[in-house]
Design a protein around this ligand. Structure first.
Ligand code: HPA
Length: 273
């Protein structure tokens, strides 16, 4: 972990050399929010390969750029392209960019993903504000020696997703006429999709959506003391009584369809922050 600290510091030194902009808000552009990158008045766009120690994305639907600039009147640092456990990265690699953001002085994290709907009142294309999560990955990025400079050994998880930001997002969505739900996101590792029996189980334990990302990043963000707002695009609804395949093409197409709404909502949230 000490080695990790030195690596983060090297990445920060590299980025500080590129720009003097102090971003307050970090954004993870998951599936469904990639288009937000075009809205950022970018001061600097840096391919991940150039940043010391940054992992490089292997998923073709995810680009790999760090963008620093302005959006909604705020200075933001955005990750276009994220890392998943199923790609073979370990949770510390997945969360490395979050550590870098926190070390760069970011105070708030907006994070998005594509998720399967478990709550049958949700429809494909709906947006969900993440109210809480269930970590079902059996991994934790904080495993190992704690870096006290980063955060406490046993970080509190009473409010991993800022209730204040959820309420702000609710008001913004209402004013824009965009339908949003609130829900509990359960994180699994994938890449195999859930079976019908697993879907039944995930519903029983209180989850509204299921996905293969976000949890590690949020744990690290909370550890680092960041406020978090998480948002999901429901790309498919999984009813265990009428279980249907959710091919990746459909997942991506539905996420793309929802993207303009999510982008509009995020810009409005940023304006109000
Ligand atoms: N399950 C897991 N992850 C997902 C799904 C799903 O149904 N849809 C989008 N990401």
């Amino acid at each position: 972990m000490r080695g990790q600290l030195a690596k983060v510091e090297e990445s920060v030194a590299f980025l500080r050399n590129k720009t003097e902009i102090q971003s307050q808000i970090g954004i993870v552009l998951g599936t469904g929010l990639g288009g937000l990158a075009d809205r950022i008045q970018a001061a600097v766009v840096i391919p991940y390969e150039e940043i010391p120690h940054f992992p490089v994305s292997t998923v073709s639907s995810h680009l790999g750029h760090l963008i620093i600039g302005s959006l909604g009147g705020k200075k933001v640092m955005a990750l276009q392209g994220r890392f998943h456990y199923y790609e073979g990265y370990d949770p510390k690699e997945i969360t490395f960019p979050i550590r870098v953001m926190a070390a760069m002085g970011v105070k708030t994290l907006l994070i998005s993903n594509a998720a399967g709907g478990l709550n049958l009142t949700f429809e494909a294309g709906d947006l969900v504000l993440i109210r809480d999560h269930i970590n079902l990955t059996a991994h934790n990025p904080l495993r190992g020696e704690n870096v006290d400079e980063w955060g406490p050994r046993f970080p509190d998880m009473t409010e991993p997703y800022s209730q204040e930001l959820v309420e702000l997002a609710e008001r913004a969505a209402k004013d824009l006429g965009i339908k949003v739900h609130q829900g509990v996101y359960v994180g699994v590792t994938g890449p195999s999709m859930e079976t019908a029996a697993e879907t039944h189980f995930l519903r029983l334990i209180g989850a509204d959506t299921v996905g293969m990302s976000t949890i590690p990043e949020v744990i690290v963000a909370v550890h680092a003391g960041l406020r978090v707002l998480g948002m999901s695009v429901v790309t498919n609804v999984n009813d265990p009584e009428d279980y249907q395949p959710a091919p990746i093409e459909q997942v991506i197409a539905t996420a793309k369809g929802a993207e303009p709404r999510l982008v509009q909502l995020v810009e409005e949230i940023l304006k109000r922050m």
